[in-house]
Write a protein that binds this ligand. Sequence first.
Ligand code: ADP
Length: 472
Amino acid sequence: MMERLLRYMRQLPIKWKLALGATALIFLLFATYNFAQYLVLKQWMMNQERDNIQVSMAQIQDYFQEKYHTEDALQITESRAYLEKMIGKNQLVRIVGKEGEPLLTVTNHFDENWVTPKSITEPELFDTTHNEDHILIYRSPIQTANFAGTIELASNLETFDLFSETLLWVMLIGGVLAIFISAFSGLAIARQLMHPIRALTSTIRSVKEKGLTERVGNIQNGDELSSLAQLFNELMNQLEISFRQQKQFVEDASHELRTPITILEGHLSLLNRWGKSNPEVLEESLQASLQEIRRMKGLVQELLTLTRVESQLLTEISKPIPLVPLIHETLDRFEALHSEFEFQLKTESIEDVLISISPLHLEQILLIVLDNAVKYSANDKRIVIEGLRLKTDVQIIVRDHGIGIPEADLPYVFDRFYRVDKARNREIAGTGLGLSIANQSVRNYSGEMTIESVENEGTSVSIKLPISPSVH
Ligand code: ADP
């Protein structure tokens, strides 16, 4: 039974759990506090009643002691007038003889049958109930010169009872009200708290059903739950962007591959129709086909490199290596292939710089930039490679004096497959992927690549990479 209840409680929505918890807690606090207060008050009032009755008794005792120490017991009745004045509402005074016989009874709104006369030797003070009534009785022996008996003083605690009953009711009603108020306010607070979570849940559901464009709307305050929703939105934005980029990439790649395939197809059908008999066509088409296939191979190779560079999220931290020797090595190999160019190397200011990069990656970046400098140079065959030391970075600038890039195209040269003016580039082989690969690789190492160019004057490509603190 208990287990079932617990299991049920566990399944309740958080909103109800919070509200129930708050209600139970408030009720418990309220009930204990009120009950304690009730008990204390009641006790205090009872003590007050006892004090009162004792004071009255003392007065009556004094009266009799004074008045009757010489006279006869029978004259007790004369005291009626005094006693009538003396007692208050709902009270009784009785003088009882030695044998328990009532000698004198004075009442005020009090039925004398409620208390049976009794003679005692020791004083007694107690409360008792008679039917509905709560009665406080005080009996005290009296001994004067010529009378011995008992004085009985009784008080109906009607007002006291009424008061404590009212108190109890007030408490109960207050308790019930407190439960309701705490339940309602607990529920309201919980609902307020749960609002962002509900919004998040419903958004996640609609993302599942309708796709990546759904977002959590209407994020108001700045609490943790709202920042969770905010974070979710940002995450979804990134996902959407990368999803769209991925799609774009596949589209671009397919488009780029379609051109050589179409050319290849044209040559093959040409060969099929004429090539068997015409050696000239055969030769020409075979050469053209081979060239297209080489182009395609290059393209596929670069696509592979690009995806590899892009998915390389956090490079395992490479050991710091000296930069200058690496540039020298790369340039030496490159120079051998392009002997008609004049390479000028200025690395004095970065001689002892260390950077944390995989040598292969740096070589790849440099080769892409150098290759472009060579490809897009015209008559002026000077290429300058300069190293500058900045505050926390090293800047490598590759400057050529080639055809340059029109200002309008400059912002796009890092985009995948972007080639400036396809007509201009027809002669020069390329895929438009080189700079994207280099840029992505530099970014993987927290660096930055920029390009400046003036058409027909030259281009300078800058690669900035963070310097590793040299270990001494
Ligand atoms: P590509 O394979 O066409 O060289 P890149 O991504 O390396 O692709 O370069 C993109 C475009 O930027 C090139 O098509 C070219 O028009 C232009 N470009 C790059 N480097 C230079 C340069 N040094 N001088 C002139 N134009 C350049």
